[in-house]
Design a protein around this ligand. Structure first.
Ligand SMILES: [Zn+2]
Length: 330
């Protein structure tokens, strides 16, 4: 149960545990920072630290008392987790956290803890609460009861009403320094080259990089790079490539990767400001295409236009260089 934290998790956990032990932990907490950095795991460990009735010498939960065992079993009466519940017909999950859930939570928090220590409730993702649920939640936050903890987990704190944010003590999860992220990725069993590649692709986010290696997205990124190169070289037809890019559920990710690769290419062409500018424009275009893909516009046509623009930009660049070279040669 007490699996080792990544260093960035450990840092936040220690900060929170210190506040808890010193009696400085507020009623409402916000666990904020990018998705896939392990915020929930930290919240759950902290909940154990709060609810365990036989903590070890170092303050960590014992893992053996009744509270710890009930937490392991997911049936501790003083611990609640609020997330998406199934829709009325039960066919899928709702995409919002609704007022009934927050009402039930508030009722529960108003009760005396069953085992006498405290009550902990986690809302994840807190940014998914809809406006009426947010109002109900605000009431609960405004009337804190001692020994009740309400923790909001979110990757998008800005989506929560300011009135809620202002009532929470904030703990920020941050992307770790590159060396630390690489060391962690290697400790997960990834080779140095793959780890570096994935970390670059994920813009320094180790959790995302790990997920992308495991899930095959890194391979998809390599394919996108190879496709763009082949289009530049005239070895690949634009229309067929566009059709292939939108043929499965990864169209959006391909465009995201393509946009990233344009930024990377621009960074490598700082000596050619014209091309760097046109790559920046293409980056914007790729992101607009991602938005369009969420509409009813025909996806393949959107991508055809985008790839045509890529080919045009790259060939103009090639021609310009050819001309310059001729000029020098002459
Ligand atoms: Zn315990």
């Amino acid at each position: 149960m007490n699996t080792a934290f990544a260093p960035w998790q450990q840092a936040v956990y220690e900060q929170m545990a210190g506040a808890l032990d010193a009696g400085r932990l507020g009623h409402g907490l916000m666990f904020q920072g990018p998705a896939r950095l392990g915020k929930i795991a930290v919240a759950e460990r902290l909940a154990r630290r709060v609810l365990c009735t036989d903590r070890r010498g170092d303050g960590e939960p014992c893992g053996q008392c009744r509270d710890c065992r009930l937490l392991d079993a997911g049936s501790h009466p003083d611990f609640q987790k609020v997330s998406f519940i199934p829709t009325r017909d039960g066919t899928k999950l709702r995409t919002e956290i609704v007022i009934e859930q927050i009402r039930r939570l508030s009722e529960q928090l108003a009760l005396t803890p069953q085992y006498g220590v405290a009550q902990v409730a986690i809302i994840d993702p807190a940014d998914a609460i809809n406006p009426s649920a947010a109002n109900a939640l605000l009431k609960t936050l405004e009337e804190p009861v001692p020994g009740r903890y309400l923790w909001l987990v979110t990757a998008y704190p800005g989506r929560l009403p300011a009135t809620i944010r202002s009532r929470c003590q904030k703990f920020e999860f941050r992307l770790p320094p590159r060396e630390q992220a690489l060391a962690w990725l290697q400790a997960q069993g990834h080779g140095a080259a793959v780890a570096t590649d994935a970390l670059d692709a994920a813009r320094g986010h180790p959790g995302l990089a790990h997920g992308w290696i495991e899930g095959g997205e890194l391979g998809l990124r390599r394919e996108v790079r190879a496709d763009l190169d082949a289009i530049t070289a005239g070895r690949l037809a634009v229309v067929a490539t566009a059709q292939r890019w939108v043929a499965d559920e990864h169209a959006d990710l391909r465009l995201r990767f393509a946009a990233d690769l344009a930024v990377e290419a621009a960074a490598n062409r700082l000596t050619d400001p014209m091309r760097a500018r046109s790559l920046a424009a293409w980056f914007d275009r790729a992101n607009r295409a991602r938005d369009l893909l969420r509409t009813t516009v025909r996806a393949d046509l959107v991508v055809v236009e985008l790839l045509m623009a890529w080919r045009a930009g790259e060939s103009k660049h090639a021609t310009k260089h050819a001309t310059t070279r001729q000029g020098i040669d002459a």
